[in-house]
Design a protein around this ligand. Structure first.
Ligand code: SF4
Length: 408
């Protein structure tokens, strides 16, 4: 298939595909699916080998958010029966994080519901970061606290945070249909503040919210332009009690095509298989390891994930290996950029290589929240509804904020 040969060549050179090529990946047929996975898998292996980075979520503050993100079980007016609690104490958060680290996670993601942190919240999270790092010196800590105000990214960096997550979630053109209480540009600004403070930026998307193929390509191209180091790909977990609770638009095949498209557009970036993988990929999850080089271990913010032990077994069975704390996740050319003060620096990273540079080098909630098969044809053709698998959506009842052991 000429398309796939072209995309592999570009991915190995870190060259941006065209929009039409990205759209064509989403429009491939089921007959072509394994070829698509194999092609994107070659690009994945070029930059990340067969390593899988494990990340672990700690929901520091759950529910009761004043914002109205339609996909989110913690939103204003959500009737989803999720855990609701205010800030965990630093030692409670550290204890929760320790379970993920013991399970093999090398990054802990500290997430809090809300529009954004107050300065007092930043103090509290800073103490939490210090508590985690005092117990686990090598663990990476990513904060995900919503929209940042001036100076807050610097303070988090000073406290020891390695990264900051804020997802774009969907295209600029459709953002207003998903959320009305803040804007797409607010999100971009926060990612850029994190980058400017020297934090490694993490920003991704949620697929399955009723968006078109063009919207998906738009948001992934915007991410490449923004140049985060990691891109979580969430698949909408349609929570009953939220406005998108009836949106069952994804099939396992569609989810794989989306991941392949993201890998081709952001070849040398940590592509993280995030919320909704169990619900939408189901038995095809191991194939997604050929596309993503990073996953979350165990539960999500407000929903249950696959047991951590089952994640580890899946990784081993599929012939992949868990990335150790002593291995740098990003390829050398990107790791240098991150260490030098961020992605987005001139000449660095995904989305900022000119042709000469490329040829010379040869590379559901605030955080992870989280169509029937799309036939070949016009990319904007509406997808047929997939079967609703409400049986696979389970509210988290263990781990952080409860007395029960986590599922790491
Ligand atoms: S995604 Fe974040 S800001 Fe939006 S409603 Fe959920 S917790 Fe609030």
């Amino acid at each position: 298939m000429d398309l796939l040969n072209t995309l592999v060549d570009k991915g190995l050179r870190r060259e941006l595909p065209t929009r039409d090529e990205a759209l064509a990946v989403l429009a491939t047929t089921d007959d072509e699916l394994l070829d698509v996975v194999a092609a994107a898998g070659r690009v994945r292996r070029q930059w990340f080998g067969r390593r899988v980075k494990l990340n672990y979520l700690v929901n520091l503050k759950s529910g009761l958010c004043p914002e109205d993100c339609s996909y989110c079980s913690q939103r204003l007016g959500s009737n989803a029966d999720i855990l609701k609690y205010t800030w965990l104490k630093p030692e409670e958060a550290s204890q929760a994080a320790a379970a993920g680290v013991a399970g093999g996670a090398k990054r802990v993601c500290l997430v809090a519901s809300g529009r954004g942190p107050t300065d007092r919240d930043v103090d509290r999270v800073s103490r939490t970061i210090e508590a985690i790092k005092s117990e686990n010196e090598d663990v990476e800590v990513c904060a995900c606290l919503g929209l940042l105000s001036d100076g807050q990214a610097d303070r988090l960096r000073t406290a020891g945070a390695d990264a900051y997550n804020h997802n774009l979630n969907t295209s600029e053109g459709t953002y207003g249909e998903i959320t009305t209480t803040h804007t797409y540009q607010d999100r971009v600004d926060t990612v850029q503040q994190a980058q400017a403070a020297g934090l490694s930026a993490c920003s991704g998307l949620i697929a399955g919210m009723g968006e078109s193929d063009a919207d998906l390509v738009d948001v992934v191209f915007s991410l490449r332009e923004l140049d985060p180091d990691s891109v979580p790909v969430n698949f909408l977990i349609p929570f009953e009690g939220t406005p998108l609770g009836k949106e069952w638009n994804l099939t396992p095949q569609r989810a794989l095509r989306i991941l392949a498209m993201v890998r081709f557009v952001c070849p040398d970036v940590e592509v993280r298989l995030a919320g909704g993988r169990e619900v939408h990929l189901r038995t095809l999850q191991p194939l997604a390891l050929h596309l993503a080089n990073s996953i979350f271990l165990g539960d999500y913010l407000t929903s249950e994930g696959q047991a951590g032990a089952a994640d580890l077994e899946m990784i081993a069975d599929a012939g992949f290996e868990v990335e150790g704390a002593d291995t740098v996740t990003l390829p050398e050319h990107r790791a240098h950029v991150a260490a030098a003060g961020g992605c987005g620096s001139p000449g660095g990273g995904c989305g900022s290589h000119d042709a000469e540079d490329t040829a010379a080098q040869g590379a559901q909630g605030c955080g992870p929240c989280g169509s029937a098969d799309q036939p070949a044809g016009p990319a904007e053709e509406p997808a047929t509804a997939a079967d609703a698998r409400t049986d696979l959506v389970a509210v988290r009842r263990r781990g952080a904020g409860t007395d029960l052991a986590p599922n790491a």
